[in-house]
Write a protein that binds this ligand. Sequence first.
Ligand SMILES: Nc1ncnc2c1ncn2[C@@H]1O[C@H](COP(=O)(O)OP(=O)(O)OP(=O)(O)O)[C@@H](O)[C@H]1O
Length: 611
Amino acid sequence: MPTDSKRGAADAPSAPAAAPAHTEGTSLSNLLSSTNASLANISFQPRAALSTKVAEAPVFVPREAQEASVQASSVAHASAGAAAGISSVAGVPHVARGSSHALGGVPSQMLPSATFSSAAGYEQYDAPYGPASYEPDRRSRQPLQYHLYAPPQPHVSNLHPSHLATMAFFMDPALSEELQRKHEALYAVTEPSLSEQLPEMLHVYHSLVPLEATAAHGVPQSLQNPRFSGGARALTGACGDPSRTFGYNSHVYKATCVLDGKCYVLRRIAGFHLQHEAAIGLVERWRKIRNPGIVAVREAFTTRAFGDHSIVFVYDYHPHATTLYMEHLTVKPLRPDRRGRLVAAATHIPERVLWSYICQMASVLRVIHRAGLAACTIDASKVLYTGQNRVRINCCGIFDVLTYTADEAPDVVQQRQRDDMRALGSLVEIIARSSNGAAARTDIARQVALRGFSEGLADILHELTEGEHTADSLLVRVAPRLADELGASLNYADLLEASLMRELENARLVRLLCTLNFVNERPEFEQDARWSETGDRYVAKLFRDMVFHAVDEHGRPVLDMSHVLMHLNKLDAGSQERFMLTSRDEQTCLLVTYAEVRRCIEASAAELAHA
Ligand SMILES: Nc1ncnc2c1ncn2[C@@H]1O[C@H](COP(=O)(O)OP(=O)(O)OP(=O)(O)O)[C@@H](O)[C@H]1O
């Protein structure tokens, strides 16, 4: 599709970031990261040149078909254990059992079948996005089954100890679900009938998905915030309607950039004919402002790909972001309470939330005003709400381009900056009023409307709407509240770090599992079809059996996560604790420490890495 692309920023989003730095460390779980580079390109393929001897070697067959050979090999296993420096005893009751039971006892609802069995749903991740090869994938994805990822655990005190251990290891379920939803939103695609009406490629962006619903089409399920029933009702205008803020017809799309594979928001202002080239250059000034309080501006370009003259502004995409309008000025859908009854959502807004908004916006306005710019978009529909009371000013730069005049009076920017401060006062006041459900037109009515909030807040709002503050003076005025805000965000950072620590443990164990799986049941290595069944590898195999294929005294599979986590953690730590490994035929028992098993696995994985 053609774009006449008058570009507003020097370059589009930068090239992909470098791979994460290698983590120093000697633990077994780090072994993989040290061989990342060589393992990255490995695929399961037959060797290029097979000798006749290798070609005649027995092919790998699943365990069930090898009963005879297993029995015959028990002597070899025992000697292998001895070779590994491990004491062995015979005739001890077993805890491990054959691999045919691996998943036999897993209740079907524990397997996320709809998610993982759908190959089509996952294939699209593999589509290579890059300048050289780009192929948009419009297939719809299976929705994630969030209850499988983040089980709600309301009665923590009633939980079985093994489940408590699981909870202690993993991230808070609510946070995990929120992140899963955000992650899924990144992969949302538009329905085929609609995608035909959109350009396949717009400048360097593809896979356009409208973020607003129209009468003809809705928003993909995965883009809908679960706290709002329908996207259309929570907006000030539907897709393509004239924007209340800008006056022009506007459309908002999520799109993927071919240069870095990341998602961005394209805001298209339709029917705008750019008169002055210099106007679009103003976007560069906005691009230089990097602040957590604004939605980052990336670039702007003109296009005729939609069959008209349009200008497109590109912003960072914040999945599942809402606006202050959606959060506080719309009627929310009924929500189920703890007993499952549908109840109206609470409309009261705590005062500390309003102070938080004032502090966040004052800080970012200070940065914008110091850069000699004015936001001009302090409106409830143009302030994004991207997380727990976290707000960001959206659509920066649009107003500057749309209203550009070559001979602008010098004090226009100052006037707009004053308007920003007034708009901030009005915005917070409107939200406060909506909390009390009152409208205010006179001073007395305003006092009544703000009843329930402190006098300090009413005073600040009054001063702001009267134009008494600059961003700097406002920050001085709200300094004590800034200290509260700092404390709250430090607390939240601590909370997130604690969650991250838990997931860090998971990553360590996943690396450990990967290492084990590289070794276990390998059909052939170095022309040896029995490589994975002998020597150090035999110990690794018995350990795998003990951890994952254990059965209880009634022969039922043990599917206890704490059992698995305990053994894997001790293995990673190289504990000196002794325990028994038993072969599946119960003919061989090995008395080992976790440190010895760890050494066996490390040696086997290193052998693979150096092949
Ligand atoms: N950068 C962004 N990241 C994620 N979502 C965004 C972003 N910008 C806008 N959105 C979402 O796009 C939707 C439409 O935004 P928009 O600003 O058009 O709202 P609106 O109420 O229709 O305003 P207008 O009257 O100006 O059209 C909102 O749901 C908003 O949350």
